[in-house]
Design a binder for this molecule. Structure first.
Ligand code: NAD
Ligand code: UDP
Ligand code: UDP
Length: 323
């Protein structure tokens, strides 16, 4: 099916009601594209896309990517998959099915339509990394049978499927390895560290640091991440990835906690809880490829991004925040 016009495309975003997906859809719609969002709302709320229903170029399908999907589109972003440990460990078999069966169906769709398919892969393919920062040619250090394996191995198998559809069927693929990303519209009970700390600080609850808090992550603000994904999708056909997309500034969880306490002016105490199993000790992307090939680098400072995220959570927790 030809595109609606040279510049206006019909784009499928799976997982489009989620945190990243809903921001991506905002941007695609603002560029004049038509968007189909396919999501089973496993780890998100309809509130993320409430503001879009009035837009005639937006369509929502309640759909599980483990089942075949027949739509006519020009491009596909495959984001469907719970991303926070609480959500993806809730039903680990479903998580693995979503990554693997979901990838097969979405790649089959892309193959029939001969359209580009972008996969939201993850820094988790590196597991608890032995090299630092992580480059794309590092094969990773992943436990195949642990609590995180349903997500890590699922995403690794999905990458394999993407590369095999590329080699075997000539499908144009784009594989992005996304590093920890945060911002407005994270689910308040999502369990990831940024949303947990902010919600706890605003509600005056103890800030839960797992372990001693010396483990590190590099946090990318959502707007920067979406820029990176869209640049990758627009890149020449020979750019297939995998390509790291993330912020290179690395912070310990203790540093993050004190920044959140400072910005919110919270009197929350810090509480140390046991470190979950297989929790990576450190993580930082090498973004040389993204910089050289896509001309992309994250720009938002952690302080600015956390301030914007705090402002969002203040609005949704308004009734519960006591002065
Ligand atoms: P999210 O949980 O907010 O969004 C995922 C969306 O996928 C949700 O709306 C969920 O309902 C939907 N979904 C889950 N299973 C599905 C299924 N079987 N069929 C259809 N929809 C399904 O998470 P997010 O942070 O927006 O992550 C989006 C994608 O980016 C995920 O694939 C995730 O693995 C990847 N990623 C995110 C991060 C991050 O830091 N946010 C890091 C690395 C990778
Ligand atoms: N598929 C889909 N939509 C399509 C085309 C295919 O959901 O428009 C699914 C279908 O379920 C199929 C899977 O994608 O099983 C893989 O398709 P492919 O053509 O690679 O393999 P096959 O059909 O031979 O199993
Ligand atoms: N973490 C924490 N307190 C929380 C939630 C998470 O200290 O309330 C830690 C977690 O153990 C990990 C880091 O923060 O070391 C990032 O966790 P998150 O779940 O956000 O992402 P991931 O581990 O998948 O990178």
């Amino acid at each position: 099916m030809p595109p609606i016009s040279e510049s206006r495309k019909r784009i499928l975003v799976t997982g489009g009601a989620g945190f990243l997906g809903s921001h991506l859809i905002d941007r695609l719609l603002s560029q004049g594209h038509e968007v189909i969002c396919a999501d089973n709302l496993f780890s998100s709320t309809k509130r993320n896309i409430d503001h879009l229903h009035a837009n005639p170029r937006f369509e929502f399908l309640r759909h599980d990517v483990c089942f075949p999907l027949y739509v006519e589109v020009d491009e596909i972003y495959n984001l469907a998959c719970p991303a926070s440990p609480i959500h993806y460990q809730h039903d680990p078999i479903q998580t693995l099915k979503t990554s693997v069966h979901g990838a097969i169906n979405i790649l089959g769709l892309g193959k029939r339509l001969r359209c580009k398919v972008l996969q939201a892969s993850t820094s988790e393919v590196y597991g608890d990394p032995d090299i630092h920062p992580q480059t794309e040619d590092y094969w990773g250090n992943v436990n195949p049978i642990g609590l995180r394996s349903c997500y890590d191995e699922g995403k690794r198998a999905a990458e394999t499927l993407f590369f095999d559809y590329n080699r075997q069927h000539g499908l144009e693929i784009k594989v992005a390895r996304i590093f920890n990303t945060y911002g407005p519209r994270m689910h308040r009970h999502d369990g990831r560290v940024v949303s947990n700390f902010i919600v706890q600080a605003l509600l005056g609850q103890p800030i839960t640091i797992y372990g001693n808090g010396s483990q590190t992550r590099s946090f990318c603000y959502v707007d920067d991440l979406i820029d990176g994904l869209m640049k990758l999708m627009a890149s020449p056909a020979e750019v297939i990835g995998p390509i790291n997309i993330g912020n290179t500034r690395e912070f310990s969880m203790l540093e993050l906690a004190s920044l959140v306490i400072e910005i919110t002016g919270s009197r929350s105490a810090i509480e140390h809880l046991p470190l979950p199993s297989d929790d990576p000790r450190q993580r930082q992307p090498d973004v040389t490829k993204a910089r050289n090939i896509l001309g992309w680098a994250a720009e938002t400072q952690l302080r600015d991004g956390i301030e914007r995220t705090v402002a969002y959570f203040k609005t949704i927790l308004d009734d519960e925040i006591r002065p």
